[in-house]
Design a protein around this ligand. Structure first.
Ligand SMILES: Nc1ncnc2c1ncn2[C@@H]1O[C@H](COP(=O)(O)OP(=O)(O)OP(=O)(O)O)[C@@H](O)[C@H]1O
Length: 253
């Protein structure tokens, strides 16, 4: 059964510097599941992901039209508040960018900004998020040392913990395992699968095997358009569109 949609995209178009990058995008991203955006390099995957938390429309050369409804609220409506929208989403980029501070302070950073001051409350949040991201046992004895000393894989899980600490509804991941070794990659993939019980997760990946391992749904994008969207097995094993077939077979890259 298809989950209730949390993100609804309606006739979304993105022009950058006069180029029509995303064309008439219509999609419902289901709640509490993992949806992967796949497609060849330059097709618009990252651009689509960025439209979900208004990371795109900050410059004069970018024009976004259409609507993206999150929880029924159009995040492109005039007057929509960007800080409020971003609080609903945690973004995990290709490389981890821990803040130049301790492990503890990285996780406590967002909650402090949102007004949580009491030490015991912050301690609880830090412990919970580090446990949820599987880091607690690895770092509990060095919480006040620099986050930069962690391995890249640990830093990526810390960035996830930092994002989750402000209680978002949605996790966006842009090729978030591309800088990681296979073991760290599997840890992050396992986390996504576990976290989908509580969050709606949208990932950009160019690795079909990864999309197959962890997604419930897949969106195939080609030259700025959605070619096909559907449950993972159906889209990969029995695609409806010829272009999807070609991509899945590896004839388009
Ligand atoms: N800020 C920008 N200025 C100019 N062109 C841009 C900008 N951002 C994206 N584009 C263009 O939009 C198109 C889609 O880019 P995007 O990064 O979304 O693709 P992608 O599918 O994520 O690619 P990849 O898999 O290689 O990361 C590309 O042609 C890219 O050059």
């Amino acid at each position: 059964m298809t989950q209730h949609p949390l993100i609804r995209v309606r006739d979304l178009n993105v022009h950058i510097g006069g180029h029509h990058i995303l064309k008439h995008i219509n999609i419902n991203i289901p709640d509490k599941s993992v949806t992967s955006i796949i497609g060849p390099s330059g097709c618009g995957k990252t651009t689509l992901l960025k439209t979900f938390n208004r990371l795109l429309d900050d410059t004069a050369e970018v024009r976004v039209t259409g609507s993206v409804l999150v929880d029924e609220e159009d995040i492109y409506a005039s007057g929509a508040e960007v800080t409020h929208i971003r609080k609903k989403m945690g973004l995990l980029s290709q490389r981890p960018y821990p803040l130049p501070m301790s492990i503890y302070d990285n996780v406590a950073y967002g909650p402090r900004i949102h007004g949580i001051r009491k030490k015991t409350d912050l301690d609880d949040i830090v412990e919970k998020q580090l446990k949820d991201t599987g880091l607690w046992e690895e770092v509990k004895d060095r919480l006040h040392t620099s986050a930069a000393k962690l391995s890249i894989g640990q830093q990526q899980r810390l960035c996830l913990a930092r994002g989750l600490a402000v209680e978002p509804e949605i996790i966006l991941g842009d090729e978030s395992t591309s800088a990681l070794d296979p073991i760290s990659t599997h840890k992050i993939e396992d986390l996504f699968v576990r976290l989908k019980e509580q969050y709606t997760i949208v990932l950009v990946t160019h690795i079909l095997r990864q999309a197959r391992r962890i997604s419930d749904y897949i969106v195939f994008v080609y030259m700025g358009e959605i070619v096909e969207f559907g449950p993972t097995e159906e889209l990969l094993l029995n695609p409806k569109e010829e272009l999807t077939k070609q991509y899945v077979k590896g004839f388009i890259s």
